[in-house]
Design a protein around this ligand. Structure first.
Ligand SMILES: [Fe+2]
Length: 272
């Protein structure tokens, strides 16, 4: 098995797995998602980007570590563990980068050293299987931690090549904040589990988690909406003097920042 861009852990076979995408310090949604998944899945895996955007980053890390949630590192964990000056989010637009920098500086200042050391110990990928299909968990894509895999820009030949190149049947990722899946055959394809940290740019404050489980002999995905006390999170973000643009997104469900990297189809689905 190739070790891709860092350490890969072999986790074994499961019947059902719950996935937590970018948490972005939304510890209230994390608590609700774990309640929702409890008893429904064999295990839960967090796919990185625990900080950014929201308030009090250590609260999310305490929950993940106390409950011993399996985790891979995202670009945020890589950047913090390396002591980098920016989040390595992969944005190219100056306004997007300005907001990303505000988030990163806040998160870096507020994350305890012990949690940063833990981030440095996380693997880049986890491999497991469901219904006999090989599943590769990554943050952005198997080849780059901050690659954006969008639904409208991930054609079937590209999916097939990624699966072949990385010796897997299914790729499970996050990083974009939007959940989607595309199967090119039963149990073969890509699942982006979306994000717990901010809404899916759909005009509602709910966020998303995902379950992959055996169905008719192959792994299938189910996305689950997570309702949480978004008003409490918004008030805490105000107290922490986080950007009003971020707080508006938490309350309205519409993205106000980091829009420039969206492909035309995903951009047209939002308000801005
Ligand atoms: Fe990310």
């Amino acid at each position: 098995m190739p070790d891709l861009n860092g350490r890969t852990i072999e986790a074994g076979a499961f019947k059902s797995v719950g996935f937590i995408g970018g948490i972005y310090s939304n510890y209230l949604a994390l608590g609700k998602a774990l309640e929702l998944l409890k008893g429904r899945v064999d295990t839960v895996v967090a796919l990185g980007d625990f900080g950014a955007f929201g308030p009090h980053p250590d609260r999310t890390l305490e929950i993940l570590r106390e409950r011993e949630i399996a985790a891979i590192r995202g670009n945020y964990e890589e950047a913090l563990a390396a002591g980098a000056d920016d989040c390595r989010c992969g944005y190219t637009n100056p306004r997007d980068n300005e907001f990303a920098q505000l988030s990163y500086d806040y998160t870096k200042a507020k994350t305890s050293r012990e949690h940063v050391e833990w981030m440095g110990s996380l693997p880049a990928h986890i491999r497991l299987s469901i219904a006999g299909k090989r599943i590769l968990l990554c943050h952005g894509s198997p080849r780059r931690v901050n690659e954006f895999l969008w639904e409208s820009a991930t054609p079937e030949p590209f999916i097939k090549k990624m699966l072949d190149d990385h010796e897997t049947d299914l790729i499970v990722c996050t990083h974009t904040g939007l959940h989607w899946s595309r199967f090119i055959a039963p149990g073969r394809g890509v699942v982006n589990v979306g994000a717990l940290g901010r809404p899916a740019n759909d005009g509602t404050p709910r966020v998303w988690t995902a379950v992959i489980e055996e169905k008719e002999g192959a792994p299938a995905v189910r996305f689950l909406p997570v309702e949480y006390d978004f008003e409490r999170l918004a008030r805490e973000m105000e107290s922490e003097k986080l950007p009003p643009e971020f707080i508006e997104t938490i309350r309205t469900g519409w993205w106000t920042t980091c829009l420039e990297m969206l492909p035309a189809k995903e951009r047209a689905a939002g308000k801005f």
